[in-house]
Design a protein around this ligand. Structure first.
Ligand SMILES: [Zn+2]
Length: 77
C-alpha cells in the first residue's frame, strides 16, 4: 500500500468545506481510494485531535493518516 500523499490528493480534489475541526474535499475526478482502490466520494482531513464527525448518511469509511493528521475516505453504500 502506498503512503498517502495528502498534497497530491488534495490538488486533484475539490475543497467543499473547511471549519475548525475538519477540511473536506469532494472527489469529482474519480480518484481511487488509497486503502481499498475503489473510487471514494469525499476525503475528510481531521485538523483537530481528537475530532468528531457528524455523519448524516450511512457510509463506509476508509481511514489513514498523512502528515500527522487523520484522513477519512468516505464511500456511499
Ligand atoms: Zn476506501
Amino acid at each position: 500500500m502506498d503512503e498517502i500523499d495528502l498534497e497530491e490528493l488534495a490538488a486533484s480534489l475539490t475543497l467543499r468545506e473547511e471549519n475548525q475541526a475538519i477540511k473536506s474535499y469532494q472527489n469529482t475526478v474519480a480518484v481511487a481510494c488509497p486503502a481499498c482502490d475503489e473510487q471514494f466520494d469525499d476525503l475528510v482531513v481531521c485538523k483537530e485531535n481528537p475530532t468528531s464527525l457528524n455523519l448524516s448518511k450511512q457510509l463506509d469509511l476508509c481511514v489513514g493518516s498523512a502528515d500527522g493528521k487523520g484522513v477519512i475516505f468516505t464511500h456511499k453504500k
